[in-house]
Design a protein around this ligand. Structure first.
Ligand SMILES: *Cc1c(COP(=O)(O)O)cnc(C)c1O
Length: 376
């Protein structure tokens, strides 16, 4: 059986967790949290990193930091995970869903300008499959209209737009370390703050609205309640696990990219024959091999492909369902059709992708897909 995902352990996770336990301080912002923050700030030049318990939490922090109020409008793709929208819905915002691009599921930057009103506060972009959105264009539109840009970089660790690391381009970026991501800690996330003006308040919001972070640094002699906030910081046990993964990021990324390239080679002929579409990487985007997906010609064909693979014990899965059509939001959405979002909802299939997947297993999968198309 070839599963869809298998979390990879580097071998050091247990050791670091034990060290964290022995240190006697396993609440948030311990030694390993600092190691993780330093790692990201050094490797990617991020201004300020704050570990959170999830990417969902990091997005909720971003919405609080932007002071989103009831009635504010937030533009984001409909083809995304619910957390991208929920973080802003929790603040009373109205979500203006945008369509995806024709070439890949990322937000169509050319359609953004038309969605902006005097209520628009922010654009949230999602770098789907770790492949960059068209950030120069998006940042320019945001600047001209005085809007904030938040990057949902949940899938985008170690990936770049031109020479800029994703998550480091918008005003803030949110990463996920959920066990389905390239680098994981079971549950986990991080908020990256690229605009200095949010840094102090971010620390406060993350620490229940108190200035405890400044207190622990010795900058003030007692701490108290100074703003609204919640508890967004993870235990140092989670950070210890994460640090073991980060130390191995190059090994993990190298292998994932090999797997991705094997898939691409194995399926290229089907794309040439226009039987399916493979992931599209614009020239400004790098590949972090978060995901390998194919886009079928229609929903029926996708269903057939998923069950043909399943009959060979290969587990491939579809992905997001357009949020503008969801049970929760469909009657809050204006009447615009978002045909590309629906097309990816209906036709995209994700193939097994994890560190320990072997080349022969990839071959088995690509051959099963070839065979499916020969029979149909
Ligand atoms: C995984 C994911 C999230 C949620 O991450 P959590 O850490 O589970 O909260 C949000 N957005 C996108 C695009 C994701 O892929």
């Amino acid at each position: 059986m070839i599963g869809f995902n298998k979390p990879y352990l580097t071998g050091k996770e247990g050791h670091y967790i034990y060290q964290a336990v022995l240190s006697g301080k396993i609440s948030g912002d311990g030694v390993f949290t600092k190691h993780c923050h330093d790692f990201f700030e050094k490797r990617y030049g991020f201004k300020k990193c704050l570990l959170t318990t999830s990417c969902t939490d990091a997005l909720e922090m971003a919405a609080l930091l932007l002071n989103i109020q009831p009635g504010d409008e937030i533009i984001m793709p409909s083809y995304t995970f619910v957390s991208t929208a929920n973080a802003f819905v929790l603040r009373g915002a109205k979500i203006i869903f945008a369509d995806s691009d024709k070439k890949n599921p990322n937000i169509d930057a050319d359609k953004l300008q038309a969605l902006i009103t005097d209520k628009t506060k922010a654009i949230v972009v999602v770098h789907y499959a770790g492949i960059a959105c068209d950030m120069d264009k998006i940042m320019q539109i945001a600047e001209q209209n005085n809007l904030y840009v938040i990057e949902d970089a949940a899938q985008a660790i170690d990936s770049y737009y031109k020479d800029k690391p994703l998550g480091g381009i918008g005003h803030m970026g949110a990463f996920s370390f959920h066990e389905t991501k390239n680098i994981m800690s079971g549950e986990g996330g991080m908020l990256v703050i690229n605009d200095d003006k949010f840094v102090d308040r971010a620390e406060i919001i993350r620490e229940k609205g108190t200035n405890r972070s400044a207190f622990f640094r010795g900058e003030i002699d007692k701490y108290g309640w100074v703003d609204m906030g919640s508890s967004f910081l993870p235990s140092d046990i989670i950070a210890a696990f994460l640090y073991a993964q980060l130390e191995n990021i190059d090994v993990i990324q190298t292998r994932r990219k090999e797997i991705w390239n094997e898939y691409f080679k194995g399926l290229a002929s089907l794309q040439e024959r226009k039987l399916l579409k493979l992931p599209y990487l614009p020239e400004y985007a790098t590949n972090n091999a978060h995901m390998f997906y194919v886009v079928c010609r229609n929903a029926g064909e996708r269903e057939g492909l998923i069950s043909a693979l399943k009959s060979k014990n290969i587990f491939a899965v579809f992905h997001y369902l357009s949020l503008h059509k969801s049970a929760y939001y469909h009657n809050k959405h204006d009447d615009r059709d978002l045909p590309m979002s629906d097309q990816y909802s209906d036709c995209l299939v994700r193939l097994p992708m994890y560190f320990e997947l072997s080349n022969s297993e990839v071959r088995e999968i690509t051959q099963a897909i070839q065979q499916f198309y020969e029979l149909t």
